[in-house]
Design a protein around this ligand. Structure first.
Ligand code: NAD
Length: 500
């Protein structure tokens, strides 16, 4: 049985090795239920071996010249481009999203790899001459040591690529723990990273769930952890790893609202909203899952429903508009939340529960679903559904819409659709959400900037890529120096704190 499908390997000290674990999980194609491979829950010894290998490699990697580090990522971005189609097919098979969206997933990660290739311009210190007579102060950004990453199922290419390229480019070594639900494309990306020249031990991979994550949080040789996933697990990781003295950043769950003003370009606004609510079957942390319709915009509901109805649901490899949910359990959870919405009195304007896809009777499909008349006390509003379900609220003014969003605990992303510069500007200034789109539905910043989710969607101060992550993966060392001329007066003893 164990030999019937391929096993996903661990990466320890440059070798892809078979785990000795007794505990294995199936990786299942969500459109067909075909078992694609098996993934081990790594043993405590295997986690220890991965961390030890990273610790040993750090001694030489931290002294490797910047140009050498940067050139690996130049080569890596080229390899990813050359393998784009193969990577996308693998991603779609195990994750379910459409091939076009799988390429988007890889491309958004590739942009971070490109950014890592310019590390020479990013990891720079500061210098101030004569902070006191003949005294200079400067800073260097030194790598921390062994860093670790824990990633979710929904972007198995982009999110691992948010993490290890920047950590390694800044001179750290890394232990990655991909999602156990879809680790295959991540492992292919890791193979390409080694092919690009990442030395043995600098990048290691372990697989697993709670026990492996807890071991990483507790391990004294891991200096920093980057986590992306649900708020429940992220909060646990943040607390546990912080208690163990680590630097931690956790990018977590969301409930992203769009405001639609009646002066918006209707066709564009509804197209953008539909794509952002139902694309990737709603399994994006930046999906728009709530729309607040202001004033007359509430009369656009039938047009929105018509657009959502026109979307094609299917297996990702056939390139429909949206694919299946990741697992049977996810499908059941989303269906039961839809049932709860009905029971709580929201109006089910479009019901995707019974969607059928020809040729894929076993797929975890849920079609686009729209609730109108939603109120903020309902479970469908309070919980992150993480499926193709859009909740519609109606209000009379922009102020009321802003107040609703600011009262929601999450702060990952938000958007406004309007043709009014004044309204957009007020929204930008007053909204308490870390990533804002103005006529842009999914405002995920490119890596020249950083991912800046806020409030309940984030723990830790620094984002996972861009300028902020240089600070996350480095320690600022500040050096104050004075060089005496041989001829200088030997002066006298000073017992005060001032520099003289
Ligand atoms: P998840 O929290 O279930 O899993 C994330 C990681 O934690 C996985 O590697 C998993 O193996 C591990 N894990 C699971 N249960 C654990 C436990 N009890 N103890 C320790 N570790 C555990 O998340 P998911 O379902 O894979 O991903 C979806 C979630 O991720 C959504 O909430 C989504 O909003 C969020 N997400 C957030 C962002 C962001 O940038 N804010 C991006 C992508 C996804």
């Amino acid at each position: 049985m164990k030999q019937a499908v391929p096993s996903v390997k661990l990466l320890i000290n440059g070798e892809f090795v078979e785990s000795h674990s007794q505990d294995w999980r199936d990786i299942i194609n969500p459109a067909t239920q075909e078992v694609l491979a098996r993934v081990p829950m790594a043993t405590a010894e295997e986690v220890q071996a991965a961390v030890s290998s990273a610790k040993t490699a750090f001694a030489s990697w931290k002294k490797t010249p910047i140009g050498t580090r940067a050139r690996i990522f130049l080569k890596y971005q080229q390899l990813i481009r050359e393998h784009m189609k193969e990577l996308a097919a693998l991603l779609t098979a195990e994750q379910g999203k459409t091939l076009a969206d799988a390429e988007g997933d890889i491309f958004r990660g590739l942009e971070v790899v490109e950014h890592a290739a310019s590390i020479g311009n990013l990891q720079l210190g500061e210098y101030a001459e004569n902070v006191a007579g003949g005294v200079d102060t400067y800073t260097v950004q030194q790598p921390l040591g062994v860093c670790a990453g824990i990633t979710p199922f929904n972007f198995p290419a982009m999110i691992p690529l948010w993490m290890f390229p920047m950590a390694i480019a800044t001179g750290n070594t890394f232990v990655l723990k991909p999602s156990e639900q879809d680790p295959m494309v991540t492992m292919r990306l890791v193979e390409l990273a080694l092919q690009a020249g990442i030395p043995a031990g600098v990048l290691n991979v372990v697989h697993g769930g709670e026990a492996v994550v807890n071991a990483m949080c507790d391990h004294p040789d891991i200096k920093a952890i980057s986590f992306v996933g649900s708020s429940r697990v992220g909060t646990h990781v943040y607390n546990r790893a912080s208690l163990a003295g680590k630097r931690v950043q956790c990018m977590m769950g969301a409930k992203n609202h769009a405001i639609v003003l009646p002066d918006a370009n209707k066709e564009q606004a509804l197209n953008q909203l539909t794509g952002a609510a139902f694309g990737a079957a709603g399994q994006r942390c930046m999906a728009l899952s709530v729309a607040v319709l202001v004033g007359e915009a509430r009369s656009w509901i039938p047009d929105l429903v018509a657009k959502a109805k026109s979307l094609r649901v299917g297996a990702g490899k056939d390139n429909p508009d949206l694919g299946p949910l990741i697992s049977c359990a996810a499908r059941e959870r989303v269906s039961s939340l839809i049932n709860q919405g009905v029971a709580e009195g929201a109006v089910l304007a479009l019901d995707g529960r019974e969607v059928q896809v020809d040729g894929y009777p076993e797929g975890n499909f849920v079609g686009p679903t729209i609730f109108s008349g939603v109120t903020t006390d309902m479970a469908i509003y309070r919980q992150e559904i993480f499926g193709p379900v859009l909740c519609l609220l109606s209000v009379d003014t922009l102020d009321e819409a802003i107040a609703i969003i600011n009262a929601n605990p999450n702060g990952n992303g938000t958007a406004i659709f309007t043709q009014s510069g004044a309204a957009a500007r007020r929204f930008q200034e007053d909204i308490d959400v870390g990533q804002v789109g103005i006529n842009v539905p999914i405002p995920v910043p490119v890596p020249l900037f950083s991912f800046t989710g806020s409030r309940g969607s984030k723990l830790g101060d620094l984002g996972p890529y861009g300028k902020q992550v240089i600070l996350f993966y480095t320690q600022t060392k500040t050096v104050t120096s004075r060089w005496f001329d041989d001829e200088a007066s030997s002066g006298k003893v000073h017992t005060t704190i001032s520099l003289r």
